[in-house]
Design a protein around this ligand. Structure first.
Ligand code: NAD
Length: 454
């Protein structure tokens, strides 16, 4: 690791960190040159640094935690519908394999790059640690715009990617799940491609697949549900009745649409939602079941437009995050809450459905306000938790009822929420630092106990 006796503290704002000793005597973590141009990776590193400033972590272990265990870049050429060939770049990063197989989603998005995937893999390690799951952190991605690809092109791309990363994935090595731009069908193609490769049906190679193929009932809804279990706990502490609360949701995909539905079913008025094409609002509360029905009934190859939904008016997506509401749920992209809009936030609770929606600079501003932050590594951990249930069921070939899945999910989410909240209160830490600390300390302890080979 690049640790030098002197130098400037890490700052994501000012570009790559230069090594040295931080304000609390902790060695500054410098990104490996491979990742130094990624603001998202620097953000993840800065968070790790903050944890190390509050809790003692052996420097050799800290160094190992600051970079991924493995990273693979693959090129995925596919035949497009029009007959020509296009080549897409894909990534799979395993941040840690200390606690078990790497676990983490596969993302299809034009901005995917190595640094982003490495940061997301690191966050997965902390998330699995917080939830006490026997997994390390992993993440994958392909730089593509799935909205411009036909179903056939997406299938060929997924299968080619699976073949290319086949050398490092496996049910005991690395288990993928859906993330932004991918879904149950993507997981079914991965399962089929991998199973053909090994010569037998291997459902435990992925989670978040269709129920007919060994998927877990309730997995699709698990992340949004987990978000809302956390929101309910926060509202309880703030003594706000759900029926008197309002919510704004950025991103109306898997996480956002389920979180909105769960909030709505508890009496919370969801007053605005957005997706990549636009935003809508209704101050009296959107009819979320009707909106979900409207969005799901669009023909498979077309993109339903939120803004055409009859029960609402279009609004400016840029103003969505700063609208007055009780609960703000960012459930789309990273770094959408930054130092520019953080001072303008008018919510009481931020429930981070997305990974990395808040920058460290924004965190500093929010920490001075009375906003209750439920950080991503805790808030959206319902997805990986039910993925764990799915993996266990597939290995045992014994499927659970949805009632049992939801009961266990709630139990684990509430337990982790209480652990994080307890630490935050006892040590007077921001919720994000408390949550990350729980995850980082668990992985650090396991690394320390396992020792260094050879
Ligand atoms: P998804 O592809 O199902 O939905 C993403 C949504 O975000 C879509 O509605 C899209 O239109 C919208 N979006 C994209 N760009 C936007 C923009 N600029 N403004 C507003 N909306 C925009 O993806 P998802 O699975 O719901 O994932 C969303 C986030 O949640 C990601 O950060 C992902 O890493 C995180 N997450 C997902 C899971 C899961 O189980 N799916 C688990 C944990 C975390």
């Amino acid at each position: 690791m690049a640790v030098s006796p002197a130098g400037a503290p890490v700052s994501a704002r000012e570009g790559p960190a230069s090594g040295g000793v931080g304000p609390k005597g902790v060695p500054d973590l410098s990104p490996d040159p491979l990742f130094e141009h990624s603001v998202v990776f620097q953000m993840a590193l800065r968070q790790l640094q903050t944890v190390a400033e509050h809790f003692e972590i052996e420097s050799g272990v800290l160094e190992r935690l600051s970079k991924p265990k493995r990273a693979l870049i693959v090129s995925c050429p596919i035949r497009m519908d029009k007959g020509h060939t296009e080549n897409f770049i894909g990534f799979r990063v395993q941040h840690s394999l200390t606690s078990g197989p790497a676990k983490g989603g596969l993302r299809f998005h034009p901005n995917v790059d190595l640094g982003e995937v490495a940061a997301l893999a690191m966050w997965m390690s902390w998330k699995c640690g917080i939830m006490n799951l026997p997994f390390g952190g992993g993440k994958g991605g392909i730089a593509c715009d799935p909205a411009t690809l036909s179903r056939g092109e997406r299938e060929r791309l997924t299968r080619r990617y699976t073949e290319e990363v086949g050398v490092i994935i496996g049910p005991r090595q690395d288990v993928m799940a859906p993330d932004m731009g991918t879904d149950e069908q993507t997981m079914a193609w991965i399962m089929d491609t991998y199973s053909a490769r090994v010569g037998y049906a291997c459902p435990e190679i992925v989670t978040g697949k269709p129920v007919e193929l060994g998927g877990c009932v309730g997995r699709r809804e698990a992340t949004g549900r987990g978000v809302v279990y956390c929101v309910v706990e926060a509202l309880k502490e703030l003594k706000i009745a759900p029926e008197s609360a309002t919510a704004v949701v950025q991103g109306f995909g898997n996480v956002g649409s389920v979180a909105a539905a769960e909030l709505h079913s508890r009496g919370v008025k969801v007053i605005a939602v957005s997706d990549r094409y636009g935003a809508i609002r209704n101050d009296k509360g959107l009819d979320i079941p009707a909106l979900n029905k409207y969005m799901s009934e669009a023909p498979p190859e077309s993109h339903p437009m939120l803004t055409n939904f009859p029960g609402a008016e279009a609004c400016d997506p840029n103003e969505l995050l700063t609208m007055k509401c009780t609960v703000l749920v960012p459930a789309a992209l990273e770094r959408v809450i930054d130092e520019k809009n953080a001072p303008k936030l008018q919510c009481r609770v931020i429930a981070e459905g997305a990974n990395g929606p808040t920058t460290p600079d924004a965190d500093k501003i929010i920490e001075r306000s009375d906003i209750f932050v439920i950080p991503d590594v805790l808030c959206n951990a319902g997805g990986v938790t039910v993925s764990y249930f799915e993996w266990v069921q597939d290995i045992q070939q014994l499927m659970w009822s949805e009632e049992l899945v939801n009961q266990k999910l709630r139990e684990l989410m509430l337990r982790s929420f209480a652990t994080v909240r307890g630490l935050a209160v006892d040590r007077k830490l921001p919720m994000r630092v408390a949550a990350l600390s729980v995850g980082v300390k668990k992985v650090a302890l396991e690394k320390d106990r396992r020792g260094l080979f050879p």
